[in-house]
Design a protein around this ligand. Structure first.
Ligand code: NAD
Length: 521
């Protein structure tokens, strides 16, 4: 079903037509070769008879050729939107599909008209030609058309060189992402209220491609002026992590959910069509299964719940003119321009190095991990992908090779920082999820580049050289920092009212869902 849904018929129909033409060309060429061969072997006087037989065969095959091939190609996924497969995978899929379709045609032909089947000398050639023409045409197209295809693949706004608005771009992931975007020659506009200061992006202030918009994503004026003129939006701003959200539940609901809803409306108003949202694999909660994007979300914390609610708001808002993409990030690790030491790998590395002792809570629980550079690269990849591939889609962002139990993480750290003692403790945190990242690999060709060992090595060196002087500074721990800073409630009364209105919509929506569920039970 999913495969059929992925077909954009307006684009697929010309390709189907071209494939049918090529299949007919392959049939005519192989029959002509067979005719020449038979005439050569059976003397010239039989030529009219041979030609008449093959001509009759072609006429009988005309309809089956025109029907079986496009159907088989459709089923084999030739016309889905996922055209950004890694190349090898793409050519293999095409070769497999073309061969399967040809064999199916020959078999059907044999069943229906046994006496009239294609001469053997032509069969092999036909298979080879169908493969060569369908694949060859695509290779030719990818050589000849890239300069034309590229602009069609990226959104209209990006083409105009408008800035990418990174909301929450001064944080752990955002500060790296802004740099990656700038290094690609893109213009970047940052909206952030600098909860944790601006040191992570200060060195970008003079950059010609960088625009700064200091403000709160809950303030409608701040959001309107930041979105106005932007080409696309990457929304990272949030109160991040379960403990930090529990610290100030109202702010978490406002920033992580209500502000997302407001930003959707403003983005649509200004015609910003591409909207990437940072969600989290923690939406999967606690499960023994390997989960993928089709698995049910089962949030077990306020933080994860706000992510699920924002995802739903975005997907519901998607249309021909508004294309949200949800990236559910694995647990991030590694050093950044704004380091965080409330993330498991970073914290354990620092503790092992400084205290020679680490405590593992619920060591058998699984988590997927993702280096901060790869996290940022994942956003860039989604930003570059054709809209048809990412519109209204959810992607787990990470790599299937990087699922580890917490005990395995401790073991790696222990190996890299000799002399570390590991203490195992149970606590009520039940989060446990092993995640498949097959979709992002298949459809966006994304794979992580930085291993957990490399990330630990970098962190170790940053701590040893005192690039990070004190990992226990509250600035590096979201919940501790917010506790020390006090309440993060809306700054203006009007913001609070706007946020309440958007949050109320959630309550209404949940109420409606509950009513529908009650009625149908
Ligand atoms: N780090 C991870 O392991 C991880 C995992 C999954 C998902 N994510 C998601 O990725 C995104 C970025 O995470 P991070 O690790 O960089 O977090 P972070 O806490 O380092 O960064 C959050 C940024 O948002 C800004 N911000 C907060 N409230 C704001 C407001 N009201 N207005 C404007 N800006 C505001 C902060 O100043 C900060 O710069 C978040 O949405 C988070 O939920 C992170």
């Amino acid at each position: 079903m999913k495969t059929w849904k992925q077909i954009v018929w307006r684009q697929a129909l010309p390709r189907i037509f071209a494939d049918v033409v090529m299949v007919h060309l392959a049939a005519i060429a192989s029959l002509a070769t067979a005719a020449l061969w038979q005439i050569y072997e059976a003397q010239a006087e039989r030529a009219p008879q041979v030609i008449a037989e093959l001509h009759r065969f072609y006429l009988h095959s005309f309809l089956p050729l025109s029907a079986i091939f496009p159907l088989a190609f459709l089923v084999c996924g030739f016309y889905t939107r996922s055209r950004s497969y890694p190349l090898r995978h793409k050519w293999l899929t095409l070769a497999r599909g073309a061969t399967a379709a040809t064999l199916l045609f020959l078999f059907a032909n044999f069943l229906v008209t046994r006496a009239d089947s294609l001469p053997r000398s032509a069969m092999l050639l036909f298979i080879v030609l169908v493969n060569a023409l369908t694949i060859g045409a695509r290779i030719l197209k990818s050589w000849l058309i890239p300069p034309l295809l590229k602009p069609a693949a990226i959104s209209t706004n990006d083409r105009a060189g408008r800035p990418v608005l990174v909301v929450g771009g001064a944080g752990y992931i955002g500060s790296i992402l802004c740099r990656q975007l700038l290094s690609q020659g893109r213009r970047v506009r940052l909206l952030d209220n600098f909860v944790y200061g601006n040191s992570a992006v200060r060195e970008l202030f003079g950059h010609p491609g960088f625009e700064l918009s200091v403000g709160d994503c809950r303030n409608i004026q701040n959001v309107v002026s930041a979105v106005n003129g932007a080409g696309s939006i990457i929304h990272l701003a949030a109160i991040v992590g379960d403990p930090a959200c529990e610290q100030d539940k109202r702010a978490a609901l406002e920033i992580n959910y209500a502000a997302t809803r407001m930003m959707i409306e403003v983005a649509k108003g200004y015609g910003v069509d591409r909207f990437l949202f940072a969600s989290s694999c923690s939406v999967y909660g606690a499960t023994e299964e390997v989960v993928d994007e089709k698995s049910a979300a089962s949030p077990i914390s306020l933080y994860a719940q706000t992510k699920v609610d924002s995802e739903q708001a975005l997907l519901q808002a998607s249309s021909d003119r508004f294309h949200p993409t949800i990236l559910r990030l694995a647990t991030v690790f590694g050093n950044s321009c704004r380091p965080r030491f409330d993330l498991v790998v970073n914290l354990l590395t620092a503790k092992a190095l400084k205290e020679r002792m680490i405590t593992i809570y619920n060591g058998e629980q699984w988590r997927p991990f993702l280096h901060v550079m790869d996290a940022a690269a994942g956003f860039v990849r989604a930003l570059e992908a054709p809209l048809a591939v990412v519109s209204a889609e959810i992607f787990n962002l990470g790599d299937s090779r990087m699922n580890y139990t917490l005990a395995q993480v401790a073991e790696i750290i222990g190996r890299m920082i000799p002399g570390t003692r590991v203490e195992h403790v149970e606590n009520p945190d039940r989060r446990n999820y092993r995640v498949s990242f097959g979709k992002i690999r298949r459809e966006l060709g994304f794979q992580c580049k930085v291993s957990i060992e490399e990330g630990i090595r970098d962190l170790k060196s940053a701590l040893e050289t005192r690039q990070i002087p004190d990992f226990s500074d509250p600035l590096y721990h979201n919940q501790r920092f917010l506790k020390a800073a006090g309440c993060l409630g809306s700054t203006e009364e009007i913001d609070a009212q706007v946020m309440a209105a958007f949050a109320l919509a959630l309550e209404n929506q949940q109420h409606e869902l509950a009513t529908v569920a009650l009625r149908s039970s």
